[in-house]
Each structure stands twice: as C-alpha cells, then as structure tokens.
Design a protein around this ligand. Structure first.
Ligand code: DGL
Length: 258
C-alpha cells in the first residue's frame, strides 16, 4: 500500500448502495485515467430513512475501510451521508474528502434565482443544504423516487405521476432545483416535464468537476473500478447493470469487517 498522498492510488467513492454509481460515472467521464474503489453499503441501504446518527457511524466505518485499502481521496457519493457526516469527516481523515452537497450548493448559487431542493427524508430533515443559503429555500423529501429508479421505472408513467405528486406545489417562480439524492439524475427528464424551465442541478456532475480540480492526478492509471458491497454480490451486479454500469471486479465485505 502506498502513502495516502501517492497520486497513483485509486479514489475511494462510497454510497449506501447503487445511487452513488451516478457520481462514479460522472467521475469516470471527468477523470478517465483514474482508478476507483466503489463501496456500496447494500446490506444497510437505504440511508435516507435512518437516523442521521446511524448514517454518520456508517460513513466513518466505510471511510476507515477505504483508507485501509489505500486511497488518495474519498468521495462521499451520497447526499444523506454527506448531510450526516460533514464536516467532521472532512476534518478528521488522513486523505482529502469530497462530498456531493457543497458542489451542488455552489452551482445553485451561481445560477441564482429562487432555489428548491429535493432529497431523502434524512437529507431534508438534517437542514444540511438549507443552512447554506441566506434565504429560506423550498424543499421536499421524495421517498418514492429511490425505489422507482432502482426498479428501472424512471421513464415509466408511474415516475411522472409520482413526480407530479411531489412537485405540484413547488413555487411558481422556482428557478433552480437541486437534485439532492444520487438516484435523481435518472429522473431528470420526468422532473423537467413537471417543472419546465427550471434548471436542475445534478450533484454528480457538479461533484466530478470539483474532484477533478482538487485531486493529485494519476500519471498512469488504467481507469479501473473495483466494487465492494456489504450485501449480495449478484443482486448488486444486476441492479448496477439496470442503471447502466457493468460490474467487472467486485468483492463482498461482511459488515463485521468494517
Ligand atoms: N444515496 C442516497 C442519497 O443520495 C439515497 C438512497 C438511500 O436512501 O440510501 O441520499
């Protein structure tokens, strides 16, 4: 294992499950030569409905595991975990820590106008996004969006009905909507139909830009990805494929090894 500052080390990325794969894909597009370790805590998903204190503990355990594997940076590719564990995590680990929250907020502020936020119950209740803004922002927890995406139904009529249900009372003058959950980029077309003209902030893309600017580049990386999951490997591979990701290298990590 190299020293943590070795640019040849992979970047560690983690999420409660498959949602962070949207962030991983954005990172791969932005940094095709970097190697990645992706950790999906599929045995304990979802994080969005769990107490923040519990999610904070999970985030610490996984970060410790990734650092032990040898990574040069960690990307918290989960809005709920970012909401629960920041800023303590960033200030206490031996490698730089990136998250999905701050880049999305920065982009929303740059766009300007009336800002809205959607995310999991944990993210919305934590107030993590809301407190980054001087004015009150409209926000809504959209619990059904995650299972809709995981069932592969993001282009189905059911997705449109659910988007209508959650978003019908968004302010008429909303200019920007932060998609504060890793699954939501899949729902962009449907959300765009319900809220035409509203700028949708995809935290995966915003995060990739920040990570690209902030890491020590790998001079000779192969663009490899190794996946670690706490739940069933086969189920993970099937779900990841549904979301457009082919898992080539994967290992199951029993929870008692964290
Ligand atoms: N990845 C989570 C997030 O971005 C959503 C899924 C979950 O609830 O665990 O908040």
């Amino acid at each position: 294992m190299g020293s943590h500052s070795d640019p040849g080390l992979p970047i560690g990325v983690f999420d409660s499950g498959v949602g962070g794969l949207t962030v991983l894909s954005a990172l791969q597009r932005a940094l095709p030569k970097e190697d990645f370790l992706y950790f999906g805590d599929t045995a304990r998903v979802p994080y969005g409905s769990k107490p923040l204190e519990m999610v904070r503990r999970f985030a610490w355990e996984i970060s410790g595991y990734l650092i032990h594997q040898g990574v040069k940076a960690i990307v918290v590719a989960c809005n709920t975990a970012s909401s629960a564990a920041l800023p303590e995590l960033s200030g206490s680990l031996s490698v730089p820590v990136f998250n999905v929250l701050e880049p999305a907020v920065a982009e929303a502020k740059a766009v300007g106008g009336q800002v809205g936020l959607i995310g999991t119950e944990g993210t919305i209740k934590s107030g993590s996004y809301q407190k980054q803004f001087d004015e009150e922002i409209w926000s809504k927890a959209c619990a059904l969006f995650v299972p809709i995406v995981e069932e592969g139904l993001w282009a189905d009529a059911v997705a449109k009905r659910v988007a209508d249900y959650y978003l019908h009372d968004a302010p008429k003058d909303l200019g920007t909507l932060i998609l504060g959950c890793t699954h939501y980029p899949f729902l962009k077309p449907v959300i765009g139909e319900v809220l035409p003209g509203v700028r949708l902030i995809d935290s995966a893309e915003a995060t990739a830009k920040v990570v690209k600017a902030g890491i020590k580049k790998n001079p000779a990386g192969a663009g490899s990805v190794k996946h670690f999951v706490t739940g069933d490997l086969e189920a993970y591979t099937v779900l990841a494929r549904r979301l457009g990701v082919e898992v080539q290298q994967a290992e199951r990590v029993p929870l008692d090894e964290l």
